[in-house]
Design a protein around this ligand. Structure first.
Ligand SMILES: Cc1cc2nc3c(=O)[nH]c(=O)nc-3n(C[C@H](O)[C@H](O)[C@H](O)COP(=O)(O)O)c2cc1C
Length: 185
């Protein structure tokens, strides 16, 4: 491929504070949780898009870690209930991703205010938005904090997916760039 050969000599420096996005291209997730509202006995379901999420083990069960800001309602919920769902949105869910990522569950009930149709996880009481490509129900293993980042380690207890779910996923590069997978090689 001659054009690619030319491109692969044209390296430009990437500032250190943007270098993370070089390794960002991965499937976006929706972190779905349940938790109390501070100062009240009300229980609320919540969800938030996260780009920073990776598997780190598969035997005897899959384990996944995600990086969640410690100020988020979803993070507090995970600390409180020690369980969460990683739902995999499709590329048709861009608007839901933008809306759920721009407001906190501390302020509003996102499922209610954004009128998000939902169903319940199978092994835990957590709401999942309709139309996702797959979901993984996880128990919290541990949390490591580094500054304001909470690194959340979870073990999968149940997972469900439509056939070839990877083809439907939405991938995140940076604020203005989201994309869907291309063809298999
Ligand atoms: C595309 C996208 C990717 C995001 N990735 C992350 C992430 O990896 N980690 C994180 O802590 N927040 C991330 N966020 C921000 C949270 O989703 C956002 O702050 C959300 O409102 C938190 O909601 P909560 O307070 O209800 O948990 C992302 C937002 C968007 C729109």
């Amino acid at each position: 491929m001659p054009e690619q050969k030319t491109i692969l000599t044209q390296y430009q420096e990437v500032p250190a504070n943007q270098a993370y996005s070089l390794q960002n291209p991965g499937g976006l997730i929706l972190l779905c949780t349940r938790g109390s509202i501070p100062g009240s006995s009300t229980i609320r379901y919540d969800l938030a898009p996260l780009a920073w999420c990776t598997p780190y083990e598969y035997e005897p069960v899959s384990k996944i870690l995600l990086v969640c800001d410690t100020s988020h309602k979803t993070y507090r919920d995970v600390q409180e209930t020690r369980e969460f769902v990683i739902a995999l949105p499709t590329y048709n869910m861009l608007s839901l991703i933008e809306r759920t990522g721009s407001v906190s569950g501390f302020e509003v009930d996102k499922f209610q205010s954004l009128e998000i149709p939902r169903f319940n996880a199978r092994s835990m009481d957590i709401a999942i938005p309709e139309g996702v490509a797959a979901w993984l129900e996880c128990k919290l293993e541990r949390i490591v904090t580094e500054g304001t980042s909470g690194i959340v380690f979870g073990a999968v207890v149940k997972a469900f997916a439509v056939p070839e779910s990877w083809k439907l996923r939405i991938h995140y590069l940076e604020e203005s760039i989201m994309y869907k997978p291309g063809d298999r090689i």
